[in-house]
Write a protein that binds this ligand. Sequence first.
Ligand SMILES: [Fe+2]
Ligand SMILES: [Fe+2]
Length: 303
Amino acid sequence: MTISTSHLLKETADIVVRKQLDFKLDNSLPKYWFEHNPIKTRLMDAVCATFPEGEKYFIVSVRHFREKIKSRKLLNNVADFIQQEAQHGIVHTQFNDFLRQQGLPIDKLENKLKAKLERSRKTVSPEMNLAITAACEHVTAMFAKCFFEQKSTMQGVQDPRILAMLAWHSIEEFEHKAVAFDVMQTVASVPYAMRAGAMLFLTVDMLSEIFINAHSFLKADGFGPVQRAKLIGEGLVWGLSPKGVLAPMFKPWLNYFKPSFHPNQESTVDQFPIWLEVFAETGDPILAGQAFHRAAKALPAKT
Ligand SMILES: [Fe+2]
Ligand SMILES: [Fe+2]
């Protein structure tokens, strides 16, 4: 399937609520699903494991301001955002069950995160919680772009179910990437310093949590201290080095600090419409995810 120019969609997209998608997540999923590589898999697992509690926090943070929204369009977008994030929570809860069955400390991670987010709701203002949510939404959309823009990045994910789950989540993050930001700017009137401070806080907090949790997963897998240190070092290079998988995020991350920034100024991925087309034709998120990955760029993106 080719991408027709008329379908090229980069800046804005309709937010579509899709329910009860079946990714056939069960115990037959491979343990080290990312290139058979323990650290790459456990880093991705560490990101995914935070989604059920994280999505709840996003929903509560945005919903707090719903009564004050005057724009019909923004109200509809908020309703769709909430439903999309709720669906992400449901599917990632299934994925967390799979991780839990491998003996990973998912309960501990979820309880710790839940307590932390509850503390945040009680101790900082609703505006700051919304600013953290908006920052997280930008990071999530850019993260999705990093992993799906080039075909080679996800080439080693052989299992189509996990690939499809991540592709679907990415598509919906692209669709609703501006909702929390719009509420923050137009309804909550969050000052620039808070918006920027929230992004700085979130970036440090999120990266440290991902590596700490990946380390605890590797420990549960039976890797010794020296092996874990070596694997974490490899993970840091893979993720955060100048040629690392997250390097393309740096510029869009920096853009967030421009006072005039808006999430729709950032492009998503060119093959976005392929997922929509295949899903519309088949209703099958696994086929859509595979087609989406197949249509990704084969060459490195220009910087
Ligand atoms: Fe989500
Ligand atoms: Fe989101």
